[in-house]
Design a protein around this ligand. Structure first.
Ligand code: NAD
Length: 472
């Protein structure tokens, strides 16, 4: 499949080749061909397993088990799910005629958008490049994938996998940084699927406006977590500690900060410390299950946030140790933070967890609603009414109750943000729809609509009046 001539081809020529094939592909890239493409992707990914694990260890010390769980599993699951459901997803769906449309047959027929661009971030470099690719292929598109330059070893493995599995007129990979991303964004893609920060999301959407490409934006932001007075404290602590410190806190849906009810605050803090030492031992730096910050810039940013918080009166309840040489930041719990501190302002995206004690849930809800809409909201509470109330009175991309992170793995749930945290959704059927246009096809059988054509005689006007009365 590997076409050497295309390896060094320019972005414009790769795009042109993919775009030129769009019409033919709509016919030839049928269900069997899509399933074959998905299967090729699956097999190639599984063959590259050791290289994928090694690449992520190199990029940011990601533990092998976390690579298996959060990079390889979601991709193979996305592929398997699409293969299993593709027949149903692709089938034109017949709709019932409305009263005014009696005598017609309407169907909704998903068609591929055409040529799509996937821009991925570095933090789950593999899942967030190849998961959307599986959806795009299931939907019958040609795709250019741009992995993140900030995870270079992972980017190289993704490139190797895709070049081995596909010819570039079907799937091409273009590696590089901001310049390359911007050159790609200048091409008239049919759809752009972007995962990254809200700031860059705005740049992507502005670029898409120039060609009127549709967009899916999977963005980030601060995901608040509430531990209610009736929470199962030990379970909440275990779940939050895992959700926060997995991938060294560099997870879009990591619990960013925790609002904990005063009546359980001390018990929760203690349980959190216990969970951290159970997971990573007394010296997390020596743990094979704890990763590193991706680069010096992010290390400096996180250390700066920590130093500023402490200088302004925050207390380190646990952790706080940093090592610049290895880009290590210990799992850290902060208390006594204030709203003015950087830790309360920007997405933390690292292993720092502020605990904020609250008395009234209304104040927490007001605070959440005053900020940008989060990607995820976590609620820990045994009382269902408490959680329901929080869910009803806040807006978020998704909500998880009494667990963290695993909502990402549920193929029957759409995954996406709202407002500042994103636009559109991914995963399973939602992912297939993101890369499809729902084309309505209406066919006449015996409709009486021609009686409405001009000249608009008194009779026609009467019919229109009656029709309005009947349908209204
Ligand atoms: P980023 O926005 O800096 O980069 C993402 C991609 O955009 C990279 O491929 C990069 O090369 C490209 N890019 C960067 N600057 C660009 C520019 N000026 N023009 C065009 N392209 C540009 O994000 P990141 O640091 O890789 O990832 C972290 C962010 O992503 C966090 O905010 C996180 O919450 C978010 N995120 C969201 C999800 C999700 O599914 N919603 C998943 C992971 C990460």
């Amino acid at each position: 499949m590997h076409d050497l001539a295309m390896e060094d081809a320019s972005i414009t020529s790769i795009f042109a080749v993919q775009a030129a094939g769009a019409a033919a592909r709509r016919v030839s890239f049928d269900r069997a061909a899509r399933i074959a493409a998905l299967e090729t992707l699956r097999q190639t990914v599984l063959r590259y397993r050791p290289q994928i694990v090694a690449a992520m260890a190199e990029d940011f010390g990601k533990p092998a088990a976390e690579v298996e769980l959060s990079e390889i599993l979601p991709v193979v699951q996305e592929i398997a799910h699409a293969k299993r459901h593709l027949r149903r997803w692709m089938r034109p769906r017949r709709v019932r005629p409305t009263l005014a449309m009696l005598g017609t047959v309407g169907r909704v027929r998903p068609e591929p958008r055409g040529t799509c661009l996937i821009i991925a971030p570095w933090n789950y470099p593999f899942t967030l490049a190849l998961g959307p690719l599986a959806s795009a292929l299931a939907a019958g598109n040609a795709v250019i994938v741009k992995p993140s330059e900030l995870a270079p070893a992972s980017s190289a493995v993704i490139a190797a996998i895709l070049r081995e599995a596909f010819s570039p007129d079907q799937v091409a990979v273009v590696e590089g940084g901001v310049d390359v991303a911007q050159e790609l964004l200048a091409q008239p893609f049919d759809h752009i699927f972007f995962t990254g920060s809200p700031e860059v999301g705005k740049i992507v959407m502005a670029a898409a406006a120039k060609t009127l490409a549709s967009v899916t934006l999977e963005l980030g932001g601060k995901s608040p977590t509430i531990v209610g007075p009736g929470a199962n404290i030990a379970k909440a602590a275990r779940s939050i500690a895992w959700g926060k410190f997995c991938n060294t806190g560099q997870t879009c849906i990591a619990p960013d900060h925790v609002f904990v009810h005063r009546s359980v605050a001390d018990a929760f803090a203690e349980a959190l410390r216990k969970a951290i030492s159970k997971y990573y031992g007394a010296a997390p730096k020596a743990s094979a299950d704890y990763g590193r910050v991706v680069n010096a810039r992010h290390f400096g940013r996180l250390k700066g946030l920590l130093d500023e918080a402490v200088a302004r009166g925050a207390r380190v309840l646990q952790g706080g140790e940093v090592d610049e040489a290895t880009k290590y930041i210990a799992p850290t719990i902060l208390t006594d933070t204030t709203e003015a501190m950087g830790v309360s302002q920007e997405e933390l995206f690292g292993p720092i967890l502020p605990l904020i004690v609250y008395d009234e849930i209304d104040a927490v809800i007001a605070r959440i609603n005053a900020g940008p809409k989060p990607l995820t909201l976590y609620v820990f509470e045994r009382d269902r009414a408490f959680a329901e109330d929080v869910i009803a009175r806040t807006s978020a991309g998704s909500v998880a109750v009494n667990l963290t992170l695993v909502q990402f793995l549920h193929e029957n749930l759409p995954f996406g943000g709202i407002g500042n945290s994103g636009l559109g959704a991914a995963h399973g059927h939602a992912g297939f729809l993101a890369f499809s246009h729902l084309k309505p096809v209406l066919r006449d059988r015996f409709s009486v609509l021609p009686i409405l054509f001009p000249p608009y005689t008194g009779f026609v006007r009467r019919v229109i009046r009656v029709l309005t009365k009947v349908v209204g």
